[in-house]
Ligand binder design. Structure first.
Ligand SMILES: [Zn+2]
Length: 342
């Protein structure tokens, strides 16, 4: 809803020069982020976000590079230390560790000289397991593309006490399955003969350790996106610590990553300030930068940066970015363009 409102604002915003937005808001460092870029249909991703085609991704980059200078981690840690920037800046990042990052995105970024951070779920590297929301998406795609006999949806209705056996009701149920009861997705998959193991083996949706090593060598930053992608506000403080520490330790041991950057799975919404304190001071080494997904917004935590989701199907990147700026300026009128934490 809020995303649609921002897009609505973005279209008239296209009439105003981008420079004006940057000057009026003072926001001269932005954080656009993506998951994948592909010209192929990605059934595991399709119901989660609408990825860019190569052409649209390049168009986004054309716009971004026209107005922003791509920067690396050093600039985030010590803004301006590398000398005064000629242009406003952007820090690009990619979540979930999908194989398209290695195959499609990295060659584009290398050829255009753009640094970027790649955030991976360490349990999924080498296709050892599949994010539960990707399982949901594969199931929804199954129900969309194959006409099952009514017996299948009737079993679903009685097993899960659904209001009806209608396909729409079944799909809503699949989408409602959360991290805590994600095992149900495996049960539903068995019912419709969908084998996630085979999908992992044949499709290889994730990058391998070797590919990540290669990208590390090419200068990409590799960070953690947790172990297996829970919503951080829904798990306990202890679980949050385990998700963070074990994924960081994995990156250190397996890839030799000696810095810590972290992007919150889904959102940082509802994550207490205490967690930020822990990862910055109690842990060693402390986190250098962490990232949320709330669009253009300031944050009271100095090392935490809110990123702009760039995957909205066919909506051009310049509209998405301008919509974010107008929304930011509007919220600023009410003093609400900063994330505050308890
Ligand atoms: Zn993610």
């Amino acid at each position: 809803m809020r995303e649609q409102f921002k897009i609505l604002l973005g279209y008239p915003g296209a009439l105003i020069p981008q420079k004006w937005f940057i000057r009026a808001s003072g926001q001269d460092l932005i954080f656009p982020f993506y998951h994948a870029v592909s010209d192929q249909f990605m059934p595991h991703v399709a119901y989660n976000y609408r990825v860019r085609t190569r052409k649209r991704f390049n168009k986004d980059l054309d716009f971004l590079l026209k107005h922003y200078e791509p920067v690396g981690l050093d600039e985030l840690k010590a803004p301006g230390r590398g000398g005064k920037r000629k242009k406003p800046a952007m820090f690009l990042s990619f979540d979930d560790g999908l194989s398209e990052i290695h195959d499609v995105v990295a060659p584009v970024l290398i050829s255009r000289g753009i640094p970027a951070a790649i955030f991976v779920n360490t349990d999924f590297i080498d296709n050892r397991d599949l994010f539960y929301r990707y399982k949901s998406s594969l199931l929804l795609d199954r129900f969309e593309s194959i006409k099952y006999s009514p017996a299948v949806t009737e079993i679903m209705q009685s097993r899960y006490h659904l209001a009806s056996s209608h396909k729409r009701c079944v799909k809503e149920f699949i989408l409602s399955i959360s991290y805590k009861n994600k095992k149900e997705l495996d049960a539903v998959a068995r019912l419709v003969d969908l084998d996630f193991e085979t999908f992992l083996k044949v499709k290889k949706p994730y990058m391998t350790l070797q590919q990540l090593n290669e990208l590390d060598d090419r200068g990409f930053y590799i960070g953690s996106h947790s172990k297996d992608h829970p919503l951080f506000s829904e798990i306990s403080a202890e679980e949050r610590k385990i998700q963070y520490r074990e994924s960081m330790e994995f990156l250190h041991t397996e890839l030799g990553i000696d810095y810590r950057i972290f992007s919150f799975p889904f959102s940082d919404n509802g994550v207490p300030a205490e967690f930020f304190r822990e990862i910055s001071s109690e842990d060693s080494p402390g986190v250098e930068a962490s990232f949320g997904t709330r669009g253009l917004k300031k944050d009271t935590v100095s090392f935490h940066h809110q990123r702009i989701p760039m995957e909205n199907g066919t909506v051009p990147g310049n509209i998405l970015i301008r919509g974010e700026y107008i929304y930011y300026l509007l919220k600023g009128l009410f003093g609400q363009n900063e994330v505050k934490r308890l």
